[in-house]
Design a protein around this ligand. Structure first.
Ligand SMILES: [Zn+2]
Length: 478
């Protein structure tokens, strides 16, 4: 029997048909749209519009791999980076010049940026702007190619040269948000607000930071303010969602512990809430030591009655609990943490860790496989069925690597969960947590999931499937 507890709501939502820009050095860049514009190629990614010199582009392929917003992929509200409406005339003047030199051979030209920094030592204001702009453009480029760490380092450098520039401040805040570092993000946004109090993007991003910190009232105020300044479907959808949560939770009680903010309906006992927090804190320490990582900000947890859970999450009937940035768990009729609830909490908490550790880039199979493993599940009961399936329907054993799990039937979802767990067991068996840790680090740095897996284990998904079947035979076969 397949047992289902959870879906991570990791629907690869709203993927646009994309394009691939192939550079002369062979590097491939996925883009939502591509526009050839004189000696430049402009392209749109989830991190904004970027430009490449035409000279380094070999050709453009249509209908390439779709580029999805990483946040949307993980069931969170989607968020695009600020449009940079508050641009500075001085900035615009030198932008073309800097842009033409800062990229070379499909990479950021670091020696050119060093030159800009040397010039900036002269103390002239234009040289200062140029150094700031070079780093800002580099930050945009690195973010679009998935390296959020490098992008943030560049944007911080830009702010050393231009500490008051609202676009740089907003972009730094946006990158912190992408890393789930909400408190740090707010520091940049407060600075941005002082110089650009009526910029709708400042309010939009601030709402996002408060939402991440479970401060729903403040998130709603910011998003209402953003909408008053400028209509925006993305903000409207976010506001609608937060108002729905706020209304449901208005009668809820709140409890806090070191790493969690817990809300629960008046129908639950305060003793139950304390028990849940105690359990979660204990699990937090256990997962932290396994994954060598700890989420930086407080994690939101909401305990629902069964019916409310279904209404609020609008998730398929087979979903038992859900993690869409906040951990949502139905606990109807419980007065203490049962072993079953404890497993569900640990499973969901694992999702929060993986989500943040990989900057939202872990594929569903890794999320669900590792979450099941952490809660203590093993493949023993499913091994025989999986081995049989690999022989009789080899075409079905790869569905869980790619498909949108939220659209799966009960049966298909059951098989997907079982394969995901077996894959993770196999990875741990052959390479230990060190390998999984490195795979997640590669994903966090922007590698596609299969490429990250292959870099560390030398096996692509086909190879992983073969190894998993061998592992199952060896471990559970008779
Ligand atoms: Zn799950």
């Amino acid at each position: 029997m397949w047992l289902l507890f959870c879906a991570n709501a990791a629907a690869p939502a709203a993927m646009a048909q994309g394009h691939t820009i192939v550079l002369k050095n062979g590097r491939r860049i996925n883009a939502l749209s591509v526009l050839e514009d004189g000696d430049k190629v402009r392209y749109e990614t989830s991190a904004g519009t970027l430009t490449l010199p035409r000279a380094i582009v070999d050709h453009v392929e249509s209908g390439g791999l779709p580029t999805a917003n990483a946040a949307a992929e993980n069931g969170k509200l989607s968020l695009r980076p600020p449009a940079g409406s508050a641009s500075d005339p001085a900035l615009a003047a030198s932008e073309g010049e800097i842009e033409a030199h800062v990229f070379r051979d499909g990479e950021v030209d670091r020696s050119y940026i060093s030159e800009l920094e040397n010039d900036a030592r002269s103390g002239k204001s234009l040289a200062n702007w140029n150094a700031a702009l070079g780093h800002h453009l580099a930050a945009q480029f690195e973010a679009a190619h998935g390296d959020l760490d490098l992008a943030l380092a560049d944007e911080r450098q830009a702010l050393i040269y231009a500490p008051q520039h609202p676009v740089f401040l907003m972009n730094a805040a946006y990158l912190q948000l992408r890393r789930s570092e909400y408190t740090l993000s707010l520091e940049y946004l407060e600075r941005a607000r002082r110089v650009a109090p009526e910029d709708p993007d400042v309010a939009k991003l601030t709402g996002w930071a408060y939402f991440g910190l479970n401060k729903l009232d403040q998130a709603a105020v910011e998003w209402q303010h953003a909408l008053a300044l400028r209509p925006d479907p993305e903000t409207e959808a976010a506001l609608k969602k937060v108002l729905r949560d706020k209304e449901e939770e208005s009668q809820y009680k709140e409890n806090e512990s070191r790493h969690f903010t817990l809300r629960y309906s008046g129908a639950s006992e305060p003793a139950m809430a304390r028990d849940v927090l105690r359990t979660l804190e204990h699990q937090f320490d256990a997962i932290e030591s396994e994954l060598s990582y700890a989420p930086p900000d407080s994690i939101g947890v909401i305990l629902y009655t069964q019916q409310t859970f279904a209404d609020i999450t609008q998730a398929p009937a087979w979903v038992g609990a859900l993690n869409d940035g906040r951990i949502r768990v139905p606990v109807q009729g419980l007065s203490s943490v049962t072993p079953e609830l404890s497993r569900v909490l640990k499973h969901e908490l694992t999702h929060s860790f993986i989500q943040q550790k990989t900057r939202g880039r872990a594929p569903t199979w890794l999320q669900e496989g590792l979450a099941q493993w952490m809660e203590g599940k093993r493949s023993d009961a499913n091994a025989a069925a999986l081995i049989r399936m690999a022989v009789t329907s080899p075409e079905q054993v790869a569905a869980h690597f790619e498909s949108d799990w939220m659209k799966m039937s009960n049966e298909a979802a059951g098989a997907a969960y079982a394969w995901a767990l077996a894959n993770v067991e196999s990875l741990l068996h052959f390479g230990g947590m060190t390998d999984l840790d490195r795979i997640m680090d590669r994903m966090a740095a922007g590698d596609a999931p299969e490429a990250a897996t292959k870099t560390i284990t030398r096996s692509d998904y086909n190879g992983l499937t073969s190894e998993t079947v061998a592992y199952l035979r060896q471990t559970y076969g008779n």
